[in-house]
Design a protein around this ligand. Structure first.
Ligand code: SAM
Length: 295
């Protein structure tokens, strides 16, 4: 009962409420997207935890906020957590922001929210832009059901496993990728999903040079082979609507193998990589190479 009263009395006060962690969405490019409520929170909390104090310092300067900043990122989040919980215990309020977009979506946040909730602190989100959702709603691809993959794993075997899962997914899939890895990702998707799979690539969302590129995987590969990828990208991949698994033919697998070897990869490593990607046995691929070399 006391808890409920306490909560009611907090709600009667204006934000920010004491002992509350605010997860605040910030612009992904266009400063005009910072909401009035987000501005007010960022000017009135006791402390702002952010990924990069220099970068967030610039945002605070534009809104004339004097609230102190504390770095909170993937390298220090464990040690920072107890410090931040201590501040909440003293009935202060904290805002968590990331470099851009919504904290917790491929950005630090999840662990702090978990820790705050486990310690019975209130957590409130001030919603703001999220690159994945922004890309999805303008893609024209089905948005009633979708799945978010974020960045794919770096380790090749895990990445290949994830790519295979994505290729079978019936829902629209959202992927983040850096510009220098974009063409590689598109080629991998082409191998596993087929070159006709619908795709939209959202580039530089909310910024001056914002554009959405694409129809099929084949076309976007052509486009980005002629126009070097620059800026920030979110990939919206259409689902596997034919209820079919794209079958990579033996010939396609051998072509991919030869391409890797032509690029200078050692035959046994190339065979291992293509085996992971296509499901053809490494020894079989390797033996085909040998047959070819022997002829
Ligand atoms: N938390 C953020 C959000 O909610 O949008 C995402 C952070 S994640 C570390 C950064 C990735 O999001 C970028 O590498 C890019 O793939 C995507 N992204 C961020 N801003 C973007 C933009 N303006 N246009 C397209 N993609 C963007």
């Amino acid at each position: 009962m006391d808890l409920i009263k306490d909560y009611q009395s907090k709600k009667d006060r204006s934000e920010p409420y004491p002992g509350t962690l605010y997860i605040v969405g910030t612009p992904i490019g266009n400063l005009g997207d910072l909401s009035p409520r987000a501005k007010s929170i960022l000017k009135n909390v006791s402390l702002i935890a952010c990924e990069d104090t220099r970068r967030s310092g610039q945002l605070l300067k534009t809104i004339k906020s004097k609230v102190p900043l504390l770095s909170y990122h993937k390298h220090n989040f464990k040690s920072r957590q107890s410090q931040l919980l201590e501040i909440l215990k003293n009935d202060e309020s904290i805002a968590l922001i990331s470099d851009a977009g919504l904290p917790g979506i491929n950005d630090p946040g999840e662990e702090l929210v978990h820790a705050a909730r486990s310690n019975n602190f209130e957590v409130i989100c001030i919603p703001g832009p999220c690159a994945a959702i922004t890309a999805l709603v303008i893609s024209g691809l089905p948005s009633q059901r979708f799945c978010f993959e974020g960045f794919l794993p770096k380790k090749q075997s895990e990445r290949n496993k994830r790519l295979k899962e994505i290729s079978k997914e019936h829902r629209t899939t959202l992927i983040y990728e850096s510009p220098h890895q974009l063409i590689k990702l598109l080629k991998d998707l082409s191998t596993l999903c087929g070159k006709e799979r619908p795709i939209k690539i959202a580039r530089e969302l909310t910024k001056i040079y914002e554009e959405t590129i694409g129809t099929t995987i084949e076309e976007v590969i052509k486009y980005f082979s002629a126009n070097r990828p620059k800026g920030e990208f979110t990939i919206v991949l259409g689902g596997n609507n034919n209820n079919q698994e794209y079958i990579i033919t033996e010939l396609e697998a051998l072509n991919e193998l030869n391409k890797l070897i032509d690029k200078g990869e050692k035959p046994n490593i190339a065979a291992k990589k293509i085996s992971e990607q296509t499901g053809y046995k490494k020894n079989w691929l390797y033996s085909k190479l040998h047959n070819k070399l022997d002829k």
